[in-house]
Write a protein that binds this ligand. Structure first.
Ligand SMILES: [Zn+2]
Ligand SMILES: [Zn+2]
Length: 420
């Protein structure tokens, strides 16, 4: 079995290398036409066209969301009565305002497509394999803003998957970097205008409310757990010094290491915002984002396999570093999966113009293909190594239980009774 698995892994690599020109064209087409969250129409069409032209895939355009898609192959092979192993690869393809593909999501799409194509080719190359296999590629829009994966989860798009894989470009190879839970809120204060010198007592000052809210949150910060973060900006603070501002607006991100703590941090922040309204006599409106992002739930079994496969391909791994938040976090709580990071041949930082250039450079191609190979090889481990899938699933269940236990004990220790 070990030899057969090795031969299949080699087949993954040669199939991805054989497809390198069309994979490069795919990533490049997405990079050249950067589109914002939920507006990735050209990227959607490009990917749908790619899988329609590949043999054997059933492609659903506009799958549950305007710019999402699904391509499936199988179930194929396996012995009678064996249950299907369903492997998912995710493609992101949204860009950032003004600076294009500064997070390299074009390469996420390319590596996801490459891994799926490589895995299918390897499975088709050999003789019979032990279990029926189904491969799904999900095109998941709007990671940078909104959280398309959370929408798709709500619609049941991940329901019958056994494992999911994706990889994100950054400055290094890492099987995991901490990604925390986040929820954002828009705060609007409404007061009343008046001449600021002639009759200020007639006014209700919305800027004062915003400043007080900002100060309240800053004071709160000292009392938060060390790993929690609250950071915000004043987006609107009036139009002219001699007009008492009747409108102000702030936007805040609330982050915790577990999404189970988000209700707590939300309640604390909400008290700060409402107190400022009460003190100034303003009306306040709190608009929480539709989707909260969960932290990424680790699966060491999958991480270790990925690392082993990556090392065999010459990758060097680091455990140092931090990332922001991702909607893959929510996926990782529904289906066991990994979201490793990969080097693309540049030291540039994500979300900069330099990174946009790096993610479109020819040099990134080699690293993107290498990452796709490691993902597909890890999928082969899940399919062919006895007991691996059970171990992955057991670890997933235990990690979820552990998180709930930890959150409960933190809340008891804090005397925190806030409910969602
Ligand atoms: Zn980003
Ligand atoms: Zn990103």
């Amino acid at each position: 079995m070990a030899e057969k698995l090795q031969a299949l892994k080699q087949q993954v690599c040669s199939s991805i290398d054989e497809a390198k020109d069309k994979l490069h064209r795919l990533g490049d087409a997405i990079w050249r036409l950067p589109e914002l969250a939920y507006e990735e129409r050209q990227a959607h069409d490009t990917l749908v066209r790619f899988f329609t032209q590949e043999k054997g895939w059933t492609v659903e355009a506009h799958y549950k969301l305007e710019t999402a898609f699904r391509a499936t192959w199988g179930p194929v092979g396996g012995a009678d009565g064996e249950s299907v192993v369903h492997v998912g690869f995710l493609c992101e393809y949204d860009a950032l305002p003004a600076i294009g593909h500064a997070c390299g999501h074009n390469l996420i799409a390319e590596s996801g497509a490459a891994a799926a194509v490589g895995l299918k080719a390897a499975l088709e190359s050999g003789e019979a394999w032990p279990v029926p296999v189904k491969v799904t590629v999900l095109g998941t829009p709007a990671e940078e803003d909104g959280g398309g994966k959370v929408d798709l989860l709500r619609e049941g798009a991940f329901e019958d998957l056994d494992v999911v894989f994706m990889a994100h470009p950054t400055q290094k190879n890492a099987t995991y970097l901490p990604a925390v839970a986040v929820h954002s809120v828009l705060v609007k204060y409404r007061g009343r205008t008046a001449h600021a010198s002639a009759y200020p007592w007639e006014g209700v000052n919305a800027l004062d409310a915003a400043v007080m809210a900002y100060s309240n949150i800053s004071v709160l910060r000292q009392q938060l757990r060390p790993e929690w973060r609250i950071h915000g900006i004043i987006k609107h603070g009036g139009v002219k010094p001699n007009i008492i501002p009747d409108y102000s607006e702030l936007e805040y991100y609330l982050r915790t290491s577990s999404h189970l703590d988000l209700p707590n941090i939300r309640a604390k922040a909400e008290a700060c915002f409402r107190a400022a309204a009460m003190a100034t006599g303003c009306e306040v409106e709190l608009l929480f984002q539709k989707n909260e992002f969960y932290e990424v739930l680790r699966n060491r079994t999958l991480e270790d396999l990925y690392e082993e496969n990556g090392k065999a391909l010459g990758m060097k791994f680091t455990t140092e570093g931090f990332s922001g938040s991702t909607d893959f976090g929510n996926v990782s709580h529904a289906v066991p999966g990994i979201h490793p990071y990969f080097y693309i041949g540049s030291e540039a930082l994500n979300h900069t113009a330099e990174y946009t250039a790096a993610s479109g450079a020819d040099e990134a191609q080699l690293y993107t293909r290498r990452t796709a190979k490691a993902l597909a090889m890890t999928a082969l481990d899940v399919i062919f190594s006895p007991g691996v899938l059970d171990k992955v699933k057991q670890e997933f269940r235990e990690a979820k239980r552990r998180e709930e236990r930890n959150c409960k004990s933190r809340n008891i220790e804090n005397g925190d009774q806030h409910q969602p």
